[in-house]
Design a protein around this ligand. Structure first.
Ligand code: FPP
Length: 233
């Protein structure tokens, strides 16, 4: 069976889903957070090793103050509810993004989740928060330039060498990128890491992205013919 080690998901459509149910947008984010647990469990059962979820982009600060502050409180609620279960399931939590710009309490909760799960060897559940891919590449380039100036890096490094400067340095490349809710955009997500990923855009909003829909996505992935720029054998 074609391996799918790393799945990335742009969890879109929480707001629209909530509105359709006559609920405030924040109710969509709460349902979305619960669905993170559901899909993480499914991913782990399906043999996915890395699941990288886009929870908050560097552009999402433009939303209303109330919505941003609600989303910032969600990690606290989420890990309080599910951390023990995640530990029991062997999940390892990792964060991508500039966490030091988050409210201090949010940053603390996220670092604690990383710390408490760092010895686990099951699913790597990676949450991108205050993350933007152009910014990630820019920060990597600055860090690399500094290392060259300090004589710590070879000026002629290759792609694998440069990847060590990215926030995903310990992850394999993305095999499958899914975006929910019908939009067909990448929205500044993992631009380097999706170079050869398969892309799937599904109509379901994130809160209605069920394990069955996820299975359908993995099935579709397996039916694709990945050639990495080569020719069909
Ligand atoms: C996109 O839907 C969703 C977000 C910007 C926030 C996603 C956050 C979560 C699912 C919660 C994750 C939390 C944890 C703790 C992992 P949207 O609001 O853009 O929906 P719309 O396009 O319908 O407005």
């Amino acid at each position: 069976m074609k391996e799918c080690r790393h799945v990335a998901i742009i969890m879109d459509g929480n707001g629209r889903w909530a509105k359709k149910q006559g609920m405030p947008r924040t109710a969509g984010h709460l349902a979305g957070a619960d669905n993170v647990r559901t899909i993480a469990i499914k991913a782990s059962e399906m043999g996915v090793e890395y699941l990288t979820l886009y929870a908050f982009s560097t552009e999402n600060w433009k939303r209303s103050k109330d919505e941003v502050s609600y989303i910032m409180k969600l990690p606290g609620v989420f890990f309080k509810k599910y951390m023990q279960e995640f530990i029991d399931r062997g999940f390892r939590m990792r964060m991508l993004g500039e966490l030091d710009a988050l409210p201090p309490e949010t940053e603390k909760v996220l670092h604690e989740a990383e710390e408490e799960s760092k010895n686990n060897t099951g699913l790597s559940l990676n949450i991108a928060i205050n993350y933007g891919s152009q910014r990630e590449i820019l920060l990597a380039a600055r860090h690399y330039a500094q290392d060259v100036r300090d004589g710590k890096a070879d000026p002629m490094i290759d792609e694998a060498g440069f990847e060590k400067y990215l926030m995903t340095k310990d992850f394999p490349p993305v095999d499958l990128l899914i975006r929910t809710s019908g939009e067909q955009r990448i929205s500044n997500y993992l631009l380097w890491q999706i170079a050869y990923a398969e892309l799937e855009f599904v109509p379901e909003a994130w809160p209605e992205f069920t394990p069955q829909v996820f299975e359908r996505c993995l099935q579709e992935y397996r039916n694709r013919d990945r050639r990495f720029g080569g020719v069909r054998q």
